[in-house]
Ligand binder design. Structure first.
Ligand code: PGA
Length: 252
């Protein structure tokens, strides 16, 4: 059975002190919750991964990285490898976020390499993709999402997919306050699951968690999460506030 997941992407926010405080608050808020088949993940900046992981030890909160480089090692100033993440006991990495694609030129081909490097190091991947507003307006959103998934993930073996979580994040909904409607999210998630079923098997597709991301907040989380093919959310802005993030966890 696929897991439900609420993941907080902190992006380039929070000092060391704020990061520790935030995770502690979330931890306190969720201690008495029964998280049945639900995973809670936070993705702080690289520099706080170890500190936050130390704070969450023994709690249900898992810690993920926001990115990694595709190369194993070498002269890549400022970069972090999959092996480095593993060496500090980080088991999950977000790849393909639209901000990485847009500001840092991460193409499908680069992402395919990153995916392979992560899997070679036994990292779980939260793989993000989604269309820009123009694609949606011109009715190309299914085509765009299909090619993003096909180009980066359809070379993988069925076994590899046990380490893949998908995150549909329409770019026009990220950080804009505008959310895809629950029906728009469901429509795309069902399309994605079908795509995976056609390429692999129905059984495999049924076991892949597909998260929605883009302006999820306490006021809309429950309705979005109520959709059959929405298995949780990747949360940006609202994950920086412990109360909001907790409310979103409770909505799942
Ligand atoms: P947002 O970001 O919740 O602030 O829209 C989502 C994301 O970028 O993952």
């Amino acid at each position: 059975m696929r897991s439900k997941i609420v993941a907080g992407n902190w992006k380039m926010n929070n000092s060391a002190k704020e990061s520790k405080k935030l995770v502690k608050q979330i931890q306190n808020n969720i201690t008495n919750l029964t998280l049945e088949n639900t995973r809670v993940i936070v993705a702080p900046s690289f520099v706080y991964l170890q500190k936050v992981a130390k704070k969450t030890k023994g709690s249900p909160i898992e810690v993920a990285a926001q990115n990694m480089n595709q190369a194993a090692k070498g002269a890549f100033t400022g970069e972090i490898s999959a092996e480095m993440l593993k060496s500090i006991h980080i088991d999950t990495v977000i790849l393909g976020h639209s901000e990485r694609r847009e500001y840092y030129g991460e193409t499908d081909a680069i992402l395919a390499e990153k995916v392979k490097a992560a899997l070679a190091n036994n990292l779980e991947i939260i793989f993000c993709f989604g269309e820009v507003l123009e694609d949606r307006k011109s009715g190309k959103h299914f085509e765009v999402v299909k090619s993003q998934i096909t180009n980066a993930l359809f070379d993988l073996s069925a076994e590899d997919w046990s380490n893949i979580v998908l995150a549909y994040e329409p770019v026009w909904a990220i950080g804009t306050g505008e959310t895809a409607s629950p029906d728009q999210a469901q429509e795309m998630h069902a399309f994605i699951r079908d795509l995976v079923a056609q390429k692999y098997t129905q059984h495999l597709a049924e076991n892949v968690s597909i998260l929605y991301g883009g302006s999820v907040k306490p006021s809309n989380a429950e309705e979005i999460f109520s959709k059959a093919d929405v298995d949780g959310g990747l949360i940006g802005g609202a994950s920086l506030n412990a109360e909001d993030f907790t409310a979103i966890i409770k909505a799942i």
